[in-house]
Design a protein around this ligand. Sequence first.
Ligand code: ADP
Ligand code: MN
Ligand code: MN
Ligand code: MN
Length: 368
Amino acid sequence: MSSTVVSNGVNLGKYLDLPQHGKVIAEYIWIDGTNGIRSKAKTLDKKPESIDDLPEWNFDGSSTEQAPGDDSDVYLRPVALYNDPFRRGDNIIVLAECWNNDGTPNKKNHRYAASRLFEAHKDEEIWFGIEQEYTLFDEFGQVYGWPKGGFPGPQGPYYCGVGTGKVYARDIIEAHYRASLYAGINISGINAEVMPSQWEFQVGPNLGISMGDELWVARYLLERVAEDFGVKVSFHPKPLQGEWNGAGCHTNVSTKDMRVSGGMEHINLAIEKLAKRHKEHISVYGEDNDKRLTGRHETASIAQFSSGVANRGASIRIPRSVNKDGYGYFEDRRPASNIDPYLVTGIMVETVCGSIPEVDMVAEAARE
Ligand code: ADP
Ligand code: MN
Ligand code: MN
Ligand code: MN
């Protein structure tokens, strides 16, 4: 497997050992105009104590589908800091929001709107856990490790699979897991998925806006790790037609009231509210999600809202253990693997906890 990254570990190692004389490299990362991630690095004179010590920066938005050529400067405002598992030492990753020259949030900066909703409802302490599914492809555009010109055997042995022929690309997943822990991501687990070369990692439970932040950084880390192996990551919700599972981002949700005795009442109330806004939620739950939410392959139909205990064919699932305890959380199974988690967590708090006059997440998603 060749890679677009020219890399030679032994040679590179000589340079990585060189002292930096107290300087710190900060890799600024942001969401571009295509729901992808971009990054560039900046040298700092010392390690920042907090996010407030980091300078605002900018980039050419006309090269990232984020701005017209005649007004191309887009500003990067640091919002969160992580340890850099690639450069190590004092070097850091800086997650940034994108802002326009006229003081408005950039078209794909949905974080700002979501954060206003979380701020308004901070007393409810809403937590999320997102299960990010994804699929690996080789440089020829074929699913990683699949036989040339053919298909592996049908689904069955691959989910949480162990052993040659049943699990694909474990090295990449293991490397990503360690890199995420090192970075400070609240990664809660990993598992091989139903389709071979499809995997999942979970982040959470995370409070409010930090869910979107950490999911985006975990995606960045995955893309970077996969570079080393010459493998492409796809977040498409239905990468292959036929009898192969699609990829989602199940979103687990709880408020403070749901997590204590009597919580089931609050969970049921939230589900009633969600039932009334099915179309609105679907509109921000990812592109091409109609190809995935067919009512087959452990999904509910995109056309109709449903809910149930332990039902993996429903829009919303209440885990069996939660039903037994009478409190806990619920799982929204509708979001696609390619979501912007700020839109999904944002509309969730809007529907479950209540809207605020300054924000409308459906309009936010459509904002250009
Ligand atoms: P599944 O059985 O659907 O595959 P997973 O174990 O993959 O479930 O993921 C469950 C997710 O739910 C994890 O990300 C976990 O952090 C999250 N979670 C657990 N408890 C809560 C809670 N109280 N509120 C929100 N998310 C939660
Ligand atoms: Mn899962
Ligand atoms: Mn899964
Ligand atoms: Mn799930």
